[in-house]
Design a protein around this ligand. Sequence first.
Ligand SMILES: NC(=O)c1ccc[n+]([C@@H]2O[C@H](COP(=O)([O-])OP(=O)(O)OC[C@H]3O[C@@H](n4cnc5c(N)ncnc54)[C@H](OP(=O)(O)O)[C@@H]3O)[C@@H](O)[C@H]2O)c1
Length: 261
Amino acid sequence: MFTSIAGRSVIVTGGSRGIGRGIARVFAAKGAQVLVVGRDLAQAEAAAAAIRAEGGSASGFAANVADPADVDRMAAAAVERHGGIDILCDNAGIFPAARLLEITLEHWNEVLSTNLAGTFLSVRACTPALASSGRGRIVITSSITGPITGYPGWAHYGASKAGQLGFMRTAALELTPHRITINAVMPGNVRTEGLDGLGDEYLEKMTASVPQRRLGSVEDIAYAALFFASDEAGYITGQTLVIDGGQVLPESLMALEGMGG
Ligand SMILES: NC(=O)c1ccc[n+]([C@@H]2O[C@H](COP(=O)([O-])OP(=O)(O)OC[C@H]3O[C@@H](n4cnc5c(N)ncnc54)[C@H](OP(=O)(O)O)[C@@H]3O)[C@@H](O)[C@H]2O)c1
């Protein structure tokens, strides 16, 4: 269906676990060379080794996306290992829950610096190499939480995820002359290590509130990212795609219950 992304150089931040690992696996299965990035080198290496065991091309790299020097080293490593950068999957993120009155400035800064400054720093560091590619692609992992919905405990997180989209829309304009597109996937609730950490009650109630009655898989998100990264999506920039099993659609509990089935 799509032109192959075989041989393309891909960076996946937060590629060592969860959605990022799913993106890394799917892209590698399509023949891309993937730099798997996380703060913990051993986990990033383990995820890359698992991809290689499946016949893919991947290596691990340790970087904190909130640290400008680390992010510059990350971009340089991809150029050195793969000869350039064609695709940046800007996915690293954290979602520690805290109610508004309990959020300290330190909490706020931790979430915003990882999720929002991390996006800016990653895009800035990779832009020269993406421009040299001539068909650069950036795919941000945002969320429904923030841009569309609210959830008690995630005011700081929601701000970071909505902020990514505000950043993206101006970045799209500035990146267009460099033949780089930038788009965002907006996952609903996806079964990852991070989500599992929220506990069984959360997972059960969340599953019941999704019209498709299941949580997302990491592959559900990875295939949407793959579309934005494809040559065929070259005329799409500054746009978003919700992948949530219909979660944002019901306007009330009655609407959800009235679905039948
Ligand atoms: N799961 C969901 O339901 C869901 C829904 C909507 C949006 N999202 C978004 O999807 C992304 C991934 O979420 P997930 O559920 O897959 O999370 P996860 O399972 O907790 O994995 C997070 C990944 O990000 C890395 N990471 C965290 N902080 C980092 C930092 N400062 N620098 C570099 N890497 C860092 C982690 O590795 P290290 O810990 O080793 O650094 C790990 O690889 C996030 O942006 C999140 O907001 C998730």
